[in-house]
Design a protein around this ligand. Structure first.
Ligand code: ADP
Ligand code: S3P
Ligand code: MG
Length: 169
Protein backbone atom coordinates (compact mmCIF):
# COMPACT_ATOMS: atom_id res chain seq x y z
CA UNK A 1 0.00 0.00 0.00
CA UNK A 2 1.36 3.42 -0.80
CA UNK A 3 1.57 5.98 1.99
CA UNK A 4 2.95 9.48 2.53
CA UNK A 5 5.02 11.36 5.10
CA UNK A 6 3.24 13.38 7.80
CA UNK A 7 5.66 16.16 7.01
CA UNK A 8 8.71 16.73 4.79
CA UNK A 9 11.43 19.07 6.06
CA UNK A 10 13.44 21.12 3.57
CA UNK A 11 16.03 23.86 4.02
CA UNK A 12 19.68 24.80 3.72
CA UNK A 13 22.51 22.80 5.30
CA UNK A 14 22.47 23.74 8.98
CA UNK A 15 18.76 24.60 8.99
CA UNK A 16 18.33 21.70 11.41
CA UNK A 17 16.35 19.27 9.25
CA UNK A 18 17.98 16.17 10.75
CA UNK A 19 17.97 17.47 14.34
CA UNK A 20 14.52 19.05 14.38
CA UNK A 21 13.09 16.16 12.34
CA UNK A 22 14.32 13.67 14.93
CA UNK A 23 12.81 15.73 17.78
CA UNK A 24 9.55 16.21 15.87
CA UNK A 25 9.19 12.50 15.12
CA UNK A 26 9.81 11.71 18.78
CA UNK A 27 7.21 14.30 19.88
CA UNK A 28 4.67 12.83 17.47
CA UNK A 29 5.57 9.20 18.27
CA UNK A 30 6.35 8.37 14.63
CA UNK A 31 9.44 7.23 12.70
CA UNK A 32 12.03 9.65 11.36
CA UNK A 33 13.69 9.14 8.00
CA UNK A 34 16.42 11.16 6.30
CA UNK A 35 17.24 10.65 2.62
CA UNK A 36 20.93 11.32 3.39
CA UNK A 37 20.96 8.27 5.69
CA UNK A 38 19.08 6.20 3.08
CA UNK A 39 21.69 7.12 0.46
CA UNK A 40 24.56 6.22 2.80
CA UNK A 41 22.94 2.87 3.63
CA UNK A 42 22.37 2.08 -0.03
CA UNK A 43 25.87 3.12 -1.11
CA UNK A 44 27.47 1.48 1.92
CA UNK A 45 29.61 4.57 2.62
CA UNK A 46 29.35 8.09 4.01
CA UNK A 47 28.29 10.99 1.74
CA UNK A 48 31.77 12.58 1.58
CA UNK A 49 33.13 9.29 0.20
CA UNK A 50 30.37 9.12 -2.43
CA UNK A 51 31.36 12.64 -3.57
CA UNK A 52 35.05 11.70 -3.73
CA UNK A 53 34.61 8.28 -5.37
CA UNK A 54 31.66 8.86 -7.73
CA UNK A 55 31.11 12.63 -7.82
CA UNK A 56 28.21 14.96 -7.06
CA UNK A 57 26.22 14.00 -10.16
CA UNK A 58 26.08 10.38 -9.03
CA UNK A 59 25.07 11.52 -5.54
CA UNK A 60 22.20 13.56 -7.06
CA UNK A 61 21.07 10.48 -9.02
CA UNK A 62 20.99 8.43 -5.81
CA UNK A 63 19.22 11.36 -4.09
CA UNK A 64 16.41 11.53 -6.70
CA UNK A 65 15.78 7.81 -6.23
CA UNK A 66 15.89 8.15 -2.42
CA UNK A 67 13.45 11.10 -2.42
CA UNK A 68 10.97 9.29 -4.68
CA UNK A 69 11.17 6.10 -2.59
CA UNK A 70 10.77 7.89 0.75
CA UNK A 71 7.86 10.05 -0.44
CA UNK A 72 6.07 6.89 -1.60
CA UNK A 73 6.73 4.69 1.41
CA UNK A 74 7.48 6.64 4.60
CA UNK A 75 4.58 7.46 6.91
CA UNK A 76 6.46 9.54 9.53
CA UNK A 77 8.63 12.66 9.43
CA UNK A 78 10.98 12.91 6.44
CA UNK A 79 14.04 15.14 6.01
CA UNK A 80 15.58 15.51 2.57
CA UNK A 81 19.07 16.81 1.80
CA UNK A 82 19.53 20.57 1.44
CA UNK A 83 20.32 20.26 -2.28
CA UNK A 84 17.42 17.97 -3.20
CA UNK A 85 15.27 20.93 -4.32
CA UNK A 86 17.76 21.65 -7.14
CA UNK A 87 16.20 18.80 -9.15
CA UNK A 88 12.98 19.70 -10.92
CA UNK A 89 11.97 16.04 -10.54
CA UNK A 90 12.16 16.33 -6.74
CA UNK A 91 10.28 19.65 -6.66
CA UNK A 92 7.51 18.10 -8.78
CA UNK A 93 7.40 15.03 -6.51
CA UNK A 94 6.88 17.29 -3.46
CA UNK A 95 3.67 18.81 -4.86
CA UNK A 96 0.71 17.78 -2.71
CA UNK A 97 2.85 16.99 0.35
CA UNK A 98 3.04 18.92 3.61
CA UNK A 99 6.46 20.54 3.19
CA UNK A 100 7.93 22.66 5.99
CA UNK A 101 10.82 24.94 5.10
CA UNK A 102 13.16 25.40 8.05
CA UNK A 103 14.58 28.80 7.23
CA UNK A 104 17.94 29.94 8.54
CA UNK A 105 20.03 33.04 7.91
CA UNK A 106 23.74 32.87 7.14
CA UNK A 107 25.15 33.58 10.66
CA UNK A 108 23.28 30.73 12.36
CA UNK A 109 23.84 28.38 9.40
CA UNK A 110 27.61 29.02 9.51
CA UNK A 111 27.72 28.40 13.27
CA UNK A 112 25.74 25.18 12.93
CA UNK A 113 27.61 23.61 10.01
CA UNK A 114 30.84 24.49 11.78
CA UNK A 115 29.75 22.14 14.54
CA UNK A 116 30.06 19.00 12.46
CA UNK A 117 31.81 17.43 9.47
CA UNK A 118 30.34 15.42 6.63
CA UNK A 119 29.19 18.10 4.17
CA UNK A 120 31.57 17.78 1.20
CA UNK A 121 30.23 20.89 -0.55
CA UNK A 122 31.15 23.01 2.47
CA UNK A 123 34.58 21.49 3.10
CA UNK A 124 36.62 24.32 1.58
CA UNK A 125 35.09 27.71 2.32
CA UNK A 126 31.96 27.08 4.35
CA UNK A 127 30.78 30.70 4.74
CA UNK A 128 31.11 31.76 1.09
CA UNK A 129 29.80 28.45 -0.23
CA UNK A 130 26.83 28.49 2.13
CA UNK A 131 26.00 32.05 1.10
CA UNK A 132 26.07 31.06 -2.57
CA UNK A 133 23.99 27.89 -1.99
CA UNK A 134 21.45 29.76 0.09
CA UNK A 135 21.05 32.59 -2.45
CA UNK A 136 20.60 30.04 -5.24
CA UNK A 137 18.15 27.83 -3.34
CA UNK A 138 16.02 30.34 -1.38
CA UNK A 139 13.42 30.61 -4.21
CA UNK A 140 13.34 26.83 -4.59
CA UNK A 141 12.61 26.24 -0.89
CA UNK A 142 9.86 28.87 -1.14
CA UNK A 143 8.45 27.14 -4.23
CA UNK A 144 8.01 23.73 -2.57
CA UNK A 145 7.10 24.84 0.98
CA UNK A 146 3.56 24.78 2.31
CA UNK A 147 4.80 26.44 5.54
CA UNK A 148 7.97 28.19 6.69
CA UNK A 149 9.39 28.11 10.21
CA UNK A 150 12.15 30.54 11.18
CA UNK A 151 14.86 28.67 13.10
CA UNK A 152 17.37 31.43 13.95
CA UNK A 153 17.98 31.68 17.69
CA UNK A 154 15.48 28.92 18.47
CA UNK A 155 16.13 25.50 19.97
CA UNK A 156 15.32 22.26 18.13
CA UNK A 157 12.78 21.40 20.87
CA UNK A 158 10.94 24.74 20.45
CA UNK A 159 10.90 24.22 16.70
CA UNK A 160 9.62 20.65 16.98
CA UNK A 161 6.78 21.85 19.24
CA UNK A 162 5.91 24.66 16.81
CA UNK A 163 5.79 22.30 13.83
CA UNK A 164 3.77 19.71 15.77
CA UNK A 165 1.19 22.43 16.54
CA UNK A 166 1.16 23.48 12.91
CA UNK A 167 0.46 19.90 11.79
CA UNK A 168 -2.60 19.51 14.03
CA UNK A 169 -5.77 19.30 11.95
N1 ADP B 1 17.81 25.23 16.17
C1 ADP B 1 19.09 24.92 16.38
N2 ADP B 1 19.81 25.64 17.27
C2 ADP B 1 21.12 25.34 17.48
N3 ADP B 1 21.79 24.33 16.87
C3 ADP B 1 21.12 23.59 15.99
C4 ADP B 1 19.74 23.84 15.69
N4 ADP B 1 19.34 22.94 14.76
C5 ADP B 1 20.43 22.17 14.50
N5 ADP B 1 21.49 22.55 15.24
C6 ADP B 1 22.85 21.97 15.19
O1 ADP B 1 23.39 22.34 13.92
C7 ADP B 1 24.07 21.24 13.32
C8 ADP B 1 23.43 20.94 11.97
O2 ADP B 1 22.10 20.46 12.17
P1 ADP B 1 21.43 19.41 11.19
O3 ADP B 1 20.18 18.93 11.86
O4 ADP B 1 22.42 18.37 10.79
O5 ADP B 1 21.05 20.33 9.95
P2 ADP B 1 20.61 19.91 8.48
O6 ADP B 1 20.16 18.48 8.50
O7 ADP B 1 19.50 20.85 8.12
O8 ADP B 1 21.82 20.16 7.62
C9 ADP B 1 24.00 20.09 14.33
O9 ADP B 1 25.22 20.09 15.05
C10 ADP B 1 22.84 20.45 15.23
O10 ADP B 1 23.01 19.97 16.54
O1 S3P C 1 23.28 21.09 0.37
C1 S3P C 1 23.63 20.05 -0.23
O2 S3P C 1 23.74 20.01 -1.48
C2 S3P C 1 23.88 18.83 0.57
C3 S3P C 1 23.38 18.78 1.85
C4 S3P C 1 23.58 17.62 2.74
O3 S3P C 1 22.45 17.45 3.59
P1 S3P C 1 22.02 18.50 4.75
O4 S3P C 1 21.20 19.58 4.09
O5 S3P C 1 21.23 17.68 5.70
O6 S3P C 1 23.28 19.05 5.34
C5 S3P C 1 23.83 16.34 1.92
O7 S3P C 1 22.64 15.97 1.25
C6 S3P C 1 24.93 16.56 0.93
O8 S3P C 1 26.12 16.81 1.64
C7 S3P C 1 24.62 17.70 -0.06
MG1 MG D 1 20.72 16.72 7.53
Amino acid sequence: MSTRPICVLVGAPGAGKTTVGTALAEALGVDFRDTDADIENLAGKPIPEIFVDEGEEHFRTLERAAVAAALASHAGVLAIGGGAVLAEENRAALIGHTVVHLSVELPDAVKRVGLGAGRPLLALNPRATLKHLMDQRRPLYAEVATATVVTDGRTPEELAAEIAALLKP
